[in-house]
Design a protein around this ligand. Sequence first.
Ligand code: SF4
Length: 371
Amino acid sequence: MRYIDEFRDPALTEALLQRIAQLMLLMPERQQLPLQIMEVCGGHTHAIFKFGLDRLLPDNLEFIHGPGCPVCVLPMGRIDSCLEIAAHPEVIFCTYGDAMRVRGRHGSLLDARRQGADIRVVYSPLDALQLAADNPQREVVFFGLGFETTMPASALTLQQARRRSLTNFSLFCQHITLIPTLRSLLQQPDVRIDGFLAPGHVSMVIGNAPYGFIAENYHKPLVVTGFEPLDILQGLLMLLEQLHAGRSAVENQYRRIVPEQGNRLAQQALAEVFCLKASSEWRGLGEIAHSGVQLTPGYAEFDAERRFHPQAQQVADDPRSRCGEVLTGRCKPDACPLFGKQCTPSNAFGALMVSSEGACAAYYQYRRETA
Ligand code: SF4
């Protein structure tokens, strides 16, 4: 298939793998202390396991799986707030499908729908906006979650809601932003990361400049990378070339999609609709300063939290789960005592098992037999 097959070419895969193996041989110091490369994004994690890329690499080169799956870092308290809003009889609560199975303290959105709440899965916030237009007697709430990848669609939808005077539409905002979380990871002394594969889709919006501090202040190389097997291997090779040469820079493997400056129109929409919150909670990682957004005063009338006043809740994870350690690369999913027992994709205990982009779900699907 065009635009797919050429990025899965076996001969090119083999050539990249040989070059990676040669470079690793040129770094003998890494025999004792394997290189740890964090793929930040859940899309990369899924592709690495689906295509078995980690099994094709030298033993002294490891992927560690970062916090870039928005469902995986969704705090349980926020799900409880969603349930509280969805319980209002006038509300049609709309969400992306991935969020349906994440459990809060009082169950999941899927459970609430079974019990009668009007909760609908949509593919775009525009679908939710259309529901608001079609149901003027109801309140339509869209659960906006995700990084800069999905944030522009929420922003553009709110701009449309204003233009169309759809006052029965609002956003429950759980949009988060990647850069402060990478900074927070780098500040933790026991997290060892030698380089980053950065997510192509987020970078398509924000551009490459926001990653500059990683190379300049922390002297770690970073390569913005696409999601096909050849993209990931080429991104990895670019990282290794930097490490071998003792360089640290931000490089862009995904130039066919990611412009150096990002998407100016999307950035303008984000700046108009969203502003940074002082602090946001990430499941497994705790509170991180300036890592989430809220609506600007100009769009506050569309804020579902102002409209429905759900109680702010913080819910601690079960002490047996190791979600946070997996998210920061401190351990692999199969080191969690719940993996594959109490926690499986059909009965997910932790959020990393819910989304197909979660590291635990990817391990379960593609690595269970070795765990
Ligand atoms: S197996 Fe489940 S509980 Fe354990 S780290 Fe993974 S998602 Fe969290």
